[in-house]
Design a protein around this ligand. Structure first.
Ligand SMILES: CC(C)(COP(=O)(O)OP(=O)(O)OC[C@H]1O[C@@H](n2cnc3c(N)ncnc32)[C@H](O)[C@@H]1OP(=O)(O)O)[C@@H](O)C(=O)NCCC(=O)NCCS
Length: 160
């Protein structure tokens, strides 16, 4: 059957994990580093599904944790490509915590990650230009465009 959805939709990834005791911090709630690791994994899968090339994380924007996540909670992550540059892609990830006993769900964090696609010599290579179609895809694209410009400016100012 023909899939008329955009490559953004086709490459999007939604997954869920359960917080195990070894992923907790000394306060008994989820360790932020464990959540960050899941964010990086799910975002890299969306980036790779989009460009079908090896990718590496170049940058993760600042991440705020909005609510504590308890051991046993489910963590739901949704990742999709927002923007493509020449060799880089921005992926947005939204994270929810869900109490599996009640189904109560809260937004836990949102993150934006930049990936670069590599050729067979591990050099950055051009990625397919993004073609946002739906109102949500267009909104995310326009917002990402501004963040990409800000990141470039920030790197110039910091000399990195
Ligand atoms: C990714 C890497 C090859 C980029 O090298 P580079 O010399 O800066 O290459 P370029 O200047 O050609 O930049 C490539 C793209 O990355 C983007 N980029 C580079 N540094 C960036 C940064 N700090 N933040 C956001 N984007 C960045 C550039 O804007 C460019 O995007 P574009 O082609 O869409 O315009 C290099 O930084 C690298 O290998 N980093 C390690 C990545 C890695 O191993 N990650 C895993 C975790 S350690």
């Amino acid at each position: 059957m023909q899939d008329n959805s955009s490559l953004i939709a086709q490459s999007a990834v939604t997954t869920r994990y359960v917080v195990m005791p070894h992923q907790a911090n000394p306060n008994g709630t989820a360790f932020g580093g464990a959540i960050l690791s899941w964010i990086d994994v799910v975002a890299s899968m969306a980036a790779q599904r989009y460009c079908r090339r090896p990718v590496a994380t170049v940058q993760i924007d600042s991440v705020s944790f909005l609510t504590p996540i308890e051991i046993g909670d489910h963590v739901i992550l949704k990742a999709s490509v927002n923007y493509t540059g020449n060799t880089s892609l921005e992926v947005g990830v939204i994270v929810f915590r869900e109490d599996p006993l009640t189904g109560e769900r809260q937004k836990a964090t949102r993150a934006y990650l930049t990936f670069v696609a590599f050729d067979e010599n591990s050099k950055p290579m051009q990625v397919k230009k993004i073609e946002p179609q739906t109102p949500d895809e267009l909104r995310r694209f326009e917002q990402a465009k501004k963040r990409v410009a800000l990141r470039k400016q920030n790197r110039i100012e910091r000399g990195v």
